[in-house]
Design a protein around this ligand. Sequence first.
Ligand SMILES: NC(=O)c1ccc[n+]([C@@H]2O[C@H](COP(=O)([O-])OP(=O)(O)OC[C@H]3O[C@@H](n4cnc5c(N)ncnc54)[C@H](O)[C@@H]3O)[C@@H](O)[C@H]2O)c1
Length: 291
Amino acid sequence: MSKSTSRTRNANAVVTGAGSGIGRAFALELARRGSRVVCSDIDGDRVKETVSMIDRLTSGRAYPVFCDVSVSEDVDELAAQAQDWFGEPTSLMVNNAGVGIGGKPVGEIGIDDWQWALGINLWGMVYGSEKFLPQLREAGRGGLINVASTAAFSAAPGMAAYNVGKAGVLALSETIAAELGGTDLAVTVLCPTFVKTNVAVDGRITADASKLAGTLMRYTGLSPDRVAKGTLNAHDRGQLYVVPQLDAKAIWSAKRHLPRTYTAGLGLLNRILPQTGTPSAVPALTPTVGE
Ligand SMILES: NC(=O)c1ccc[n+]([C@@H]2O[C@H](COP(=O)([O-])OP(=O)(O)OC[C@H]3O[C@@H](n4cnc5c(N)ncnc54)[C@H](O)[C@@H]3O)[C@@H](O)[C@H]2O)c1
């Protein structure tokens, strides 16, 4: 790794789910910052497209790897290929790959869908952390960015399988942050509400919930580029939490300070509003990334 004081510049970076949305934005921004980027995804065509976009940048250096993050051996292979291509340990791991699931209450979700969602959204991030931490420790400076969601603490009805996975990612990130205390490695956990990506159309979301999520995303969502840049800047500052939008901050604050009122209010909203199955029952306000 370069002698630069920045964790995100001239890094040896790996991004999962780099074929679309926030993951592609992370990969492109890291390349613009002079980092070498291993771009991995379960969709080989999409990830090659991201690598071609990086190749067109003057400083762009990227390498595509197929990886299903829910498969332990695939993540082992990703870690090995990354170290081979860099010729040294990975210094920045971005655990980003994730899928949307929502629209049904607990009792109607079905165990197959629970396992599918937790396999990617929770186990994917566990594998990415467990298998890359040894390389990060060897690199000595850099860190881990885990993409959670406001769903990690919003407890929105109809979103249990998504909420549980993201709450696990938040707990995982906080624990690793404590374990890395006193080192030059940082952990950042990203908890946005809506970001304009394919997550609402590609996942297992009921038609009504997907339509509503698509509308909210279109009108209130931040651009993936803005989220990626803000998160990388926060990571450079060693910031643990990135809660980029005002609605996310309002939920975070209400949940911590008035937990019973928050849950009762959410239950009331759920009874009087159409079933949303979306990550936030509170309208989005002006976004402020990376504060
Ligand atoms: N878009 C939002 O509003 C929003 C809000 C909060 C959190 N997030 C989180 O952001 C992350 C990125 O999602 P996005 O919004 O960019 O969605 P996206 O659908 O645009 O991109 C997700 C990428 O992950 C890949 N992927 C899916 N399953 C995979 C697997 N098993 N292994 C490897 N790659 C896989 C997809 O092929 C795709 O390229 C996810 O963890 C998501 O939960 C998104």
